[in-house]
Write a protein that binds this ligand. Structure first.
Ligand SMILES: Nc1ncnc2c1ncn2[C@@H]1O[C@H](COP(=O)(O)OP(=O)(O)OP(=O)(O)O)[C@@H](O)[C@H]1O
Ligand SMILES: [Mg+2]
Length: 503
């Protein structure tokens, strides 16, 4: 069975096309069509989703959320119950939950093959790590596609014509993506070419929750005398739990404000008063009342909106004058941003998922696009390579950096680049290779922003005169959209290596 999965920072959604050609979405334990991308560790048991969210206040130290934003950080780990988890291990737990829920819903299906989405700003290493979590979770991988392409697919109707450009702004919980997608095709739209992609992997709805949390911490300090605003210096179970309650309340208040900006959002919070120093002479009766107006929120969120504005309105996009602008993601109901985007692009058709989707439908847009792609082999996607790719080849006589594919190159599935390396000294028997993703000028290696994504050694090579050995490397994007690197000794075709990217 073919499915589409949006493995989000905040929520994960899985969908498929039913026999009538409509997309349906998987319901999780709580009956909702999205799974909070959160994990709670309970004495050997790994709990995923809304149950994990419920348990978080009980023991915040056993809880992991928003792990996807660390997919680019190999050093980031969570130490839980004697095990170290990396971002892809948490992704694996979330995807396993999806696979198990699918198996319960469709007990007769033997295999689930998925199109899985990643943010436009994910580089090849992050894509590979996502792909490996998909496979470990027991799902087949059809293809990894970028989230803005999935959004364009979800909104692809008669108003979309070949030659049009669609500007997709996806504002989720942990990331914001802004990508220009060009539509191609002959009779209808069948091709999606990512022309330009920008974004911020560390800016999302949770930052706006943080803005509200800061206002609430201030209110709490005025009311109770306790300052819990700094996580590092908040000690004790009751205080940590209170921080968690405030974090959850901030998101709820944000939703209330977006739904009704003209009214003050109010929430009575149980449990918060446990930390109060003035309990004896409190008139509130044991409940802390959090109250925020939209204007208060807007002025506190000023800096974040400025950053978002600069990201969304780039010179390239303004010059391109996109035909369509679509605003998706959980934050697409933000009244300020809707107004800002529609007035900035007033010559384009504008649609916000928050306005046009029924119920929680705005959260399922990306998975919808992925499910459409999973069932349609005629859809063709071309991506722009985000970071340059290169190799450092090291022999006995030194090393040299070889740029292989430049950032910005159009990358289709089955796109490949071959390079041949040779020995720079006589009778060498070993060549070492390291694969890099980088940004900047490869000539200026010391100042490059780079990341080693894999390495391999070709040893026991036949000793030969200088320049006679021939090791060919192939950088290839397979049909799943995932980078593979292979190397072969052209003097001995029996010897080849596929590079393992885990270091
Ligand atoms: N009705 C709503 N009103 C306001 N904000 C909402 C609403 N529903 C969801 N959100 C916010 O949207 C964000 C989650 O959005 P979404 O589900 O698109 O994120 P994601 O896809 O998991 O994350 P990402 O795209 O960054 O990986 C959260 O910050 C959440 O608070
Ligand atoms: Mg998303």
């Amino acid at each position: 069975m073919k499915i589409g999965i949006d493995l989000g920072t905040t929520n994960t959604v899985a969908g498929w096309m039913n026999i009538y050609g409509n997309i349906e979405f998987l319901e999780f334990d709580d009956g909702r069509t999205f799974l909070p991308s959160c994990v709670f560790f309970d004495r050997g048991k790994v709990i995923v989703g809304s149950e994990a969210v419920k348990r978080a206040a009980e023991d915040p130290a056993s809880f992991v959320s928003q792990s996807k934003i660390y997919m680019d950080d190999r050093k980031k780990t969570w130490e839980k119950e004697g095990r170290r988890y990396k971002a892809e291990d948490i992704a694996f737990e979330i995807l396993k939950k999806v696979r198990v829920t699918l198996s319960e819903r469709f007990p007769d299906e033997k295999k689930f093959d998925a199109v899985v989405t990643v943010p436009a700003k994910f580089g090849e290493d992050q894509i590979r790590r996502t792909a490996s979590a998909v496979k470990r979770a027991g799902l087949g991988l059809i293809e990894i596609i970028k989230e803005p392409v999935a959004a364009a697919l979800a909104f692809n109707d008669d108003s979309f014509r070949p030659g049009d450009t669609v500007y997709v702004i996806d504002f989720g919980g942990g990331t914001v993506d802004a990508a220009l997608v060009e539509l191609t095709g002959t009779s209808g739209v069948t091709g999606f070419v990512v022309k330009d992609a920008d974004g911020n992997r560390h800016l999302g709805g949770r930052d706006l929750d943080g803005v509200i949390a800061s206002l609430l911490f201030e209110q709490l300090r005025n009311c109770s005398g306790q300052d819990l605003s700094d996580e590092e210096s908040t000690f004790g179970v009751a205080r940590k739990k209170t921080r968690r309650i405030i974090a959850d309340a901030s998101e709820t208040l944000k939703k209330k404000l977006y739904a009704c900006p003209s009214e003050k959002a109010v929430l009575d919070l149980d449990g918060v008063c446990a930390v109060c120093e003035k309990k004896e002479n409190c008139s509130a009766g044991g409940c802390f009342r959090a109250e925020i107006s939209y204007d208060e929120y807007l002025s506190a969120a000023d800096e974040i909106y400025e950053k978002l504005g600069a990201l969304i309105v780039s010179d390239e996009v303004m010059e391109k004058k996109p035909d369509h602008v679509i605003f998706v993601g959980g934050m697409s109901s933000d009244p300020y941003l809707k107004q800002f985007i529609s007035s900035t692009f007033d010559g384009s058709s504008f649609v916000s998922a928050g306005d046009v989707c029924e119920g929680d439908g705005y959260l399922t847009v990306i998975a919808r696009g992925a499910a459409i792609k999973a069932c349609d082999d005629n859809i063709h996607i071309v991506n722009k390579l985000l970071n340059s790719l290169g190799l450092i080849c090291t022999g006995k006589n030194g090393k040299y950096m070889d740029p292989v594919i430049s950032a910005g190159t159009d990358v289709d599935t089955d796109f490949e680049v071959r390079h041949v390396y040779t020995n720079t000294g006589r009778f060498e028997t070993e060549l070492r290779f390291a694969v890099y993703e980088y940004n900047g000028d490869p000539e200026d290696f010391d100042n490059l922003e780079y990341r080693k994504v894999g390495e391999f050694v070709f040893n026991d090579i036949n000793p030969m005169d200088t320049g006679k050995q021939k090791i060919e490397t192939v950088f290839r994007f397979d049909e799943k959209g995932v980078l593979t690197v292979c190397a072969e000794d052209l003097n001995d075709h029996n010897r080849s290596i596929e590079v393992s990217f885990e270091i």
